[in-house]
Design a protein around this ligand. Structure first.
Ligand code: PAF
Length: 287
């Protein structure tokens, strides 16, 4: 497995690869969900490249960029164990040389709602780094998790509108046995915070039950219940909402016969730690 820490080394390794390539973009602190991405990628492509880069452009000024976990030796061991072809783990100066004038990429409809309202520059930062990674690595496929369904939709819109020749592969959410969605930020959670964090999963599963079992179709009642669940777990909610799974537009009324086209999204703070989660309200699409 090669490890490239500079853009020029990456380009040299990339030029030597023959056959198809799948990219697994990450910010490191790899866990079982990332391993699942690598395994799906491996089934599709001859070569898997993992990028490990904590992208400063997608963090707000008061967010956890400085203390975001960076266990690089452990991450490289995980990639090696999964037999990926290479890892790109650049330093900031490589991705954003000071000589470059910044470019802003905006996906206004999808990127300004929900996370975009809470974290105003977040998706501009995500789009910029994703476009750089796609240009540098030129993968045939790139994996993105369904847990962050808004990011998945923003990136899919970006590559469709800019005709980037890559297929975005959505990967299902991987959960711990208690239901907590795997996230690198879970490493920050103590026992009490972890119990509180389960409120996100409960809010989503109870919303799903309301629609699936009680055939509740009133969006307001469902979203109010989600907020109550979060509050009872001491989660400071940023949002708890039911949306169209493709457009993320709000729904005035829910068609309980079409729950596979509806997604629930929640975000909130447990103490100082911000968590997000999402869940399909009917059967989740297969990959
Ligand atoms: O989802 C993430 O880990 C990041 O947002 C990504 C896609 C690697 C871009 O930095």
């Amino acid at each position: 497995m090669w490890v490239a820490e500079t853009v020029s080394t990456l380009q040299q390794y990339r030029a030597q690869l023959d056959g198809t390539v799948a990219l697994v973009p990450t910010m490191g602190a790899l866990h079982q969900a990332h391993v699942e991405h690598m395994r799906v990628a491996k089934r599709m492509a001859k070569h898997v490249i993992v990028s490990i880069y904590v992208n400063p452009m997608q963090f707000g000024p008061d967010e956890d960029f400085e203390c975001y976990p960076r266990p690089i030796a452990k991450d490289l061991a995980t990639c090696r164990a999964e037999s990926v072809s290479g890892v790109f783990c650049p330093a900031n100066g490589q991705m954003y040389p000071s000589s470059n004038l910044p470019v802003q990429i905006d996906v206004p409809q999808l990127g300004s709602i929900l996370e975009g309202e809470c974290r105003p520059d977040h998706f501009a930062g995500v789009c910029r780094v994703v476009m750089k990674l796609l240009h540098l690595i030129q993968p045939d496929w790139a994996t993105f998790g369904r847990k962050d369904v808004q990011q998945l939709r923003v990136v899919a819109a970006l590559v469709a509108d800019l005709n980037v020749p890559v297929e975005i592969v959505p990967i299902g959410t991987i959960r711990d046995s208690d239901g907590l969605a795997l996230s690198s930020r879970n490493a920050y959670l103590g026992d009490d915070e972890r119990r509180a964090g389960l409120g996100l999963y409960r809010a989503l599963t109870e919303a799903r039950q309301m629609m699936e079992i009680q055939r509740e179709s009133n969006t307001h009642r469902i979203e109010s219940h989600m907020h109550q669940v979060l509050e009872s777990h001491h989660v400071m909610a940023d949002y708890a909402t039911i949306r169209d799974a493709s457009t993320l537009a709000g729904l005035s009324h829910i068609d309980t016969d079409c729950l596979g086209e509806i997604v629930g999204l929640v975000a909130g703070r447990v103490g100082a730690i911000r968590l997000i989660d999402s869940m399909w309200m009917g059967e989740e699409p297969s990959i």
